[in-house]
Design a binder for this molecule. Structure first.
Ligand SMILES: Cc1ncc(COP(=O)(O)O)c(C=O)c1O
Length: 362
């Protein structure tokens, strides 16, 4: 008799229950599906910048046979210079996502309440669910944060997540509101500022006064290093010490740490890129509006436009990938468009106008 198959091991309940991240498909499979060459695929769905903030040829030879300096001294010093926050208040991670995970690991368990808005950055829900937290979600009103309800519920939450500006709506909350949430919150307030370089609004000056505040940043957006995986947290001494306890010792590779430090030392370059994206964002918003679409104001490097559900598949046929949302989402009729190079945005606009026109021509 063949042996009984071994029962498959069950993961933790929180892991079976969570809704995993809906990963963006790779460009190669989009190209195959759309029947276009891979170099014709343009990613308007990942909210990255179209130019890298540092390149490998700028680096001196790296000690690839050795582990990274686990204190990440050089990278941390570069972040300190950029943010004007001392190194002992900086915790680095392999992308902002790893930093968010450290926060969830440190502050969430099955007995703790977690507050977030909807829609917001999906990783808040995923990481909080995985850590076993009790989730409390405040639905947006007309895609804007319901501030009164959020403030009220923050009083009871052990951890509150805010994304500012918010992905995917682009909404920017004023610093006064963030401060108000921090001052009433029953626990930690985590503010994800992945898009701070385009918004110009930061809660960092508050971390000295507000011991429950942690700000999360990334080099994946304005610094143009999404493939490199560097993010960081800025917080007062208490939260920083806790994050250091949970931080994996060497998750940022030596090449990534060196590229991150290199990009942080070219602030002029970063600011020029931000300026270009902000100008392009205004142009794209005007053009989308003049094509008759509802477009939300955005403080980030993307725009949310109400196109209905027919447009995204038409764009995809030409290799133009925008972010869509599930039919159950309040954003089901919207697409999120990353602002890219002028010529790429022009290509998108032309295809979009054609997709909107009854005759199919722009
Ligand atoms: C709000 C927000 N936080 C974090 C991330 C992920 O950042 P990282 O690439 O540093 O993990 C993203 C990426 O889109 C984001 O939109």
């Amino acid at each position: 008799m063949p042996p009984e198959p071994a029962p498959s091991p069950e993961p933790r309940t929180a892991v079976s229950r969570m809704q995993p991240y809906d990963w963006e498909p790779p460009s190669a499979s989009i190209a195959r599906q759309a029947g276009v060459p891979e170099d014709q695929v343009v990613r308007f769905d990942t909210n990255t910048f179209p130019w890298p903030g540092a390149t490998l040829d700028q680096l001196p030879p790296q000690p690839l046979n050795e582990y990274p300096d686990t204190s990440y001294r050089d990278l941390t010093d570069a972040i300190a210079q950029y943010t004007d926050v001392p190194p002992d208040r900086i915790t680095v991670g392999a992308g902002a996502d790893e930093v968010l995970d450290m926060i969830a690991k440190a502050y969430i368990d099955g007995s703790r309440g977690v507050l977030l808005s909807r829609p917001t950055y999906p990783m808040f829900q995923i990481l909080s669910g995985m850590a076993g937290g009790m989730l409390d979600e405040v639905p947006a009103i007309d895609l804007r944060l319901d501030r009164a309800t959020f403030l009220e519920r923050a009083r009871r939450a052990d951890l509150t997540w805010i994304c500012n500006p918010n992905n995917p709506t682009g909404e920017l909350l004023p610093l006064s509101f963030v401060e108000e949430v921090a001052s009433v919150a029953g626990g930690v307030l985590a503010v994800d500022e992945a898009y701070v370089e385009t918004s110009g609004v930061t809660a960092v000056p508050l971390i000295d006064r507000m011991a429950n505040l942690v700000v999360i940043r990334t080099l994946s957006k304005a610094f143009g290093l999404a493939g490199v995986r560097v993010g960081y947290a800025l917080a007062g001494p208490a939260i920083s010490a806790v994050l250091r306890r949970v931080r994996p010792p060497g998750s940022i590779g030596v090449v990534s740490a060196a590229l991150g430090a290199q990009a942080l030392r070219d602030l002029r370059g970063m600011r020029q890129r931000v300026q270009q994206v902000v100008e392009e964002r205004a142009r794209l918003q005007r053009e989308l509006a003049s094509a008759g679409l509802e477009v939300r104001d955005s403080a980030a490097n993307f725009l949310l436009a109400r196109t209905g559900r027919q447009v995204a598949p038409r764009l995809l046929e030409q290799g133009l990938v925008v972010r869509t949302f599930p039919p159950t989402s309040p954003l089901a009729d919207y697409i999120r468009i990353t602002v890219r190079r002028p010529e790429e945005n022009a290509r998108l606009l032309k295809a979009l106008k054609a997709a909107l026109s009854p005759t199919g021509s722009p």
